[in-house]
Ligand binder design. Structure first.
Ligand code: GLU
Length: 296
């Protein structure tokens, strides 16, 4: 028997909802509802220095005004420290993770450059200090083979984490749990089995799959949507003060996001209001029409 579809949208409250996040919200929502599934909302407010006061509330209000309806309560990562700590300790106990006392400068001096910058040279993995506050914790990535998966939009993806990424940080020096760990713990905790999100996270997915395997958690199916790029060709992000969507003109923004995802309406059925948009958009949704992002 097929399990019920459980999808989610997981914005970081670093600013108001911009067009790129609207695209991720819309794609994940339509795919979930088209399959008769649940759509959960998770506020990724785990990194206070990057957050803007009031942004979480603002994002929720904007989603509501656009007509998104989520299931259950919003999950806030800022309240999940206990769950992250438990899994971190498990990884440490099984020697899948180690405390690291290397400074950024030491790492940079000894590392080669991988997909996302310096690849940790393994210094503390060989002789790790006792984990304590003030030390980062890294995941051991020394797996002999690549982690591969099939993305519903981008097709086959494989990454050799040991070579291209290295032992990545799962708890930072400042004590904050890293995104990679938090997202894996929460997707599993919320029962998420379908992840639809922006392609900026395509190359984070193998790290998340590795963590799922080490923690004995199920791996969801993944679909990575094309990124909305700014005029400078870089990803729109809330931090770079990308233009927020205008909640007072919902239909215009929804149609633009829908078209961006390669979707269309039949000539005879063009929605004229947001109320008309939703049922039509749901009926017509086809993930096969979503264009592949040029990121991989
Ligand atoms: N919080 C991330 C962001 O806003 C998304 C995380 C995810 O979907 O896995 O970019």
């Amino acid at each position: 028997m097929q399990r019920a579809y459980i999808g989610r949208f997981a914005p970081s409250p670093s600013g108001p909802l911009h067009f790129g996040s609207l695209v991720a919200a819309l794609g994940s929502y339509l795919d979930a509802r088209h399959h008769g599934g649940h759509w959960l909302l998770r506020m990724e407010d785990i990194d206070p220095p990057r957050e803007r006061p009031g942004a979480a509330r603002d994002i929720l209000r904007t989603l509501e005004r656009f007509g998104f309806e989520w299931d259950g309560e919003v999950l806030y990562q800022s309240r999940r420290d206990g769950a992250y700590r438990e899994q971190l300790e498990r990884l440490l106990r099984h020697h899948h993770a180690f405390a690291c006392r290397c400074s950024r400068r030491e790492v940079a001096a000894a590392a080669h450059i991988g997909t996302e910058g310096p690849v940790y040279p393994g210094t503390c993995r060989r002789d790790p200090p006792q984990p304590r506050p003030g030390l980062a914790v890294r995941l051991c990535s020394d797996h002999p083979e690549a982690v591969a998966f099939h993305d519903r939009v981008c097709g086959p993806v494989a990454q050799w984490i040991a070579r291209d990424i290295g032992d990545f940080v799962i708890r930072r020096v400042d004590g904050i749990f890293a995104y990679q760990l938090a997202v894996v713990v929460d997707d599993a905790g919320q029962g998420v089995n379908q992840v639809v999100r922006g392609a900026d996270l395509l190359l984070s997915t193998p790290r998340q799959i590795l963590l799922q395997r080490l923690l004995g958690l199920p791996t969801p199916r993944y679909a990575h949507l094309p990124l909305v790029l700014g005029e400078d060709g870089r990803k729109l992000s809330k931090q770079s003060a990308a233009r927020p969507v205008r909640p007072e003109r919902p239909l215009e923004a929804l149609l633009a996001a829908y078209r961006f995802l390669g979707q269309r309406f039949p000539d005879t059925a063009q929605p004229a209001t947001p109320e008309e948009f939703w049922p039509l958009a749901l009926e017509q949704w086809e993930i096969a029409r979503v264009p592949v992002s040029g990121i991989n």
